[in-house]
Design a protein around this ligand. Structure first.
Ligand code: ASP
Length: 572
């Protein structure tokens, strides 16, 4: 056996035992003539070894140390370290590998930039926080698997080289060598396969599925991500919500965090009205307040609009002009006409627009917002959609707590609209994906007023992050065909792209519904990380590059020819 113990597990009860530990040299401190304290690190922690003649040992050398555990001398205990009451003495050290000086210090805090960290990810992963994050991820994944299996779900793998599945992003494609000029798409999700599995009688499917979407990268988005993907037959929205709630709660508890069993539900409409968002962060208040009635009949032009709403920013009446101007610019960038601010100064009210407001309005607005002296009130007016968006963004900007504060607030958002708006050619765009069943009560408005049709789609939100989405699916070929034509997908095109699905539906499709949620996002929130790359072993940079392996790389001419491809010169 190379080692008898892990570094982090040695305690006073081991005193007197001969032990061997293996790991990396975390630090070396000289201690008088020829003696040194060498801290040895593995993923369980650090142990101090007292080594004779340790001159050749450098940071990050890989060593095997054998010695006798003993209590540390009086006054040298280190309560910050789990092994801080003992040390390993009389050590013999075997160097298993030498190491170049590390590119950055290996501690929980790291100042190195993203590229340097990812270029040496194998060193970065030795940092205790990265070890904790990867292990947390494994704990969460296995709790998810356990919960799904307890609920009768069967894990089925679906293919990676597929025909395109629309989820609203760009596909990554892979050229086919055997069919030159043809391409596979990498799955944006296993959506169509899981629906086919339902037609195939699998009844309850799940998979920790890798999905790939060629979208601009952000803190909560990588090209590749992992989701719990699930589908169930003879089930409706409440069945899916029940199953996924149980699983997500089990995963959170496995991570050692507290969360209620019951997850509240809010309709999409209410989320928009109160929070100006379809993924409201309900950890804090500052809700949007309707003022349209309060200012009806106003003489102030800016408020003569279909919708006027406001938010109250507690204690911010002293906000300076420059910041207010920046907020106004932000409101304009979000599509708003501008921003009106009122400051509650003592008994009075200070605002550049105060002179345009009547005495009644100056009383009614603060009252509706529940304003107190010292508060700042921000108001927007215009189309409801825009007003909600503008104030929703400002609410987050001014009130959102840091990622690791305020507990874990899960929320189901239901009754999403079927379409999220019109594209440049005036055609409705699906809010979820084209396989989502319209709300049965709204089916007859599909032709007359499509944008008012609700869907049977639902999202799970955690602290303002969209964790995942799902829907009841269309299982009837006639309705699916109708939705395709609504989306401007002609029958021939629908047949060419999704004919296999429509065919399958003609062979006995059970009603079915499903869901998928992002494991990277869930683990990041549980780890208190702002960026999902902190919970992914080998992520890409913001520009989609892997500085470690150099991907993506050009391929050589022979490989291109084999694939029947020719590249164009790079645009300059
Ligand atoms: N396929 C969907 C997605 O990846 C989830 C679902 O509808 O089940 O977002």
């Amino acid at each position: 056996m190379m080692r008898t113990h892990m570094c982090g597990e040695l305690r006073p009860e081991h005193a007197g035992q001969e032990v061997s530990v293996c790991g990396w040299v975390a630090s070396r401190r000289e201690h008088g003539q020829n003696l040194a304290f060498v801290d040895v690190r593995d993923h369980t922690g650090i142990v101090q070894c007292v080594v004779d003649g340790a001159h050749q040992l450098r940071s990050e050398f890989v060593v095997r140390v054998t010695g006798i555990v003993r209590d540390r001398p009086e006054g040298t205990h280190n309560p910050a370290l789990a092994t801080g009451d003992i040390e390993v003495g009389d050590c013999t050290v075997e160097i298993l590998s030498e190491a170049e000086p590390p590119p950055f210090p290996i501690g929980d805090r790291v100042d190195a930039d993203e590229i340097l960290r990812l270029r040496h990810r194998y060193v970065d992963l030795r940092r205790p926080v990265m070890q904790r994050n990867l292990r947390l991820r494994a704990t969460v994944s296995s709790a998810i698997r356990r919960s799904m299996e307890e609920q009768g779900f069967v894990e089925v793998e679906t293919p990676t080289l597929i025909a395109s599945t629309p989820e609203g992003a760009r596909d990554f494609v892979v050229p086919s060598r055997l069919q030159p000029g043809s391409f596979y798409a990498l799955p944006q999700s296993p959506q169509l396969f899981k629906q086919l599995l339902m037609v195939g009688g699998v009844d309850r499917y799940y998979q920790l599925a890798r999905c790939l979407r060629d979208e601009d990268l952000r803190a909560d988005r990588q090209f590749e991500f992992t989701q719990l993907d699930a589908e169930m037959s003879f089930a409706d929205q409440s069945d899916v919500i029940g199953v996924i709630s149980q699983t997500v709660v089990a995963a959170i508890r496995a991570a050692g965090r507290e969360v209620d069993d019951a997850i509240p539900t809010m309709s999409w409409r209410e989320a928009q009205d109160r929070f100006g968002s379809d993924k409201p962060d309900v950890r804090f208040g500052m809700e949007l307040v309707e003022l349209t009635e309060a200012v009806a009949g106003t003489g102030f032009r800016a408020f003569q609009a279909p919708c006027v709403k406001g938010i109250r920013v507690p204690g911010e009446a002293s906000m300076g002009r420059a910041r207010l101007d920046r907020l106004t610019d932000q409101a304009k960038a979000a599509g708003g006409g501008g921003l009106v601010w009122l400051k509650m100064e003592g008994e009075g009210l200070e605002s550049p627009v105060a002179k345009f407001l009547s005495a009644e309005e100056k009383a009614a607005i603060p009252k509706a917002l529940g304003a107190e002296p010292g508060d700042l009130l921000l108001l927007a007016a215009g189309e409801r959609l825009i007003v909600d968006r503008v104030l929703g963004q400002l609410r987050l900007e001014l009130g959102r707590p840091p990622v690791n504060e305020g507990g874990l607030n899960l929320l189901w958002v239901t009754e999403f609209p079927l379409f999220e708006g019109l594209d440049s050619e005036g055609r409705p765009m699906p809010a979820h994906h084209p396989f989502t069943m319209p709300h049965p009560e709204d089916l007859d408005r599909l032709d007359s007023d499509p944008l008012s049709v609700r869907s049977q789609a639902y999202d799970l939100v955690l602290n303002g992050w969209e964790l995942g989405s799902g829907s009841v699916r269309i299982h009837r070929p006639d309705i699916q065909q109708r939705i395709f034509s609504f989306l401007g997908i002609e029958p021939e095109q629908a047949q060419a792209r999704f004919g296999f699905l429509l065919d399958a539906f003609r062979h006995g499709a059970p009603p079915h519904a499903g869901f998928a949620f992002g494991i990277d996002r869930l683990v990041a929130l549980l780890a208190g990380e702002e960026n999902i790359r902190e919970v992914i072993a080998f992520p890409k940079t913001q520009s989609g590059v892997d500085p470690l392996t150099g991907a993506p790389n050009p391929i050589d001419a022979r490989q291109l020819t084999e694939l029947g491809l020719r590249t164009l010169p790079r645009p300059t």
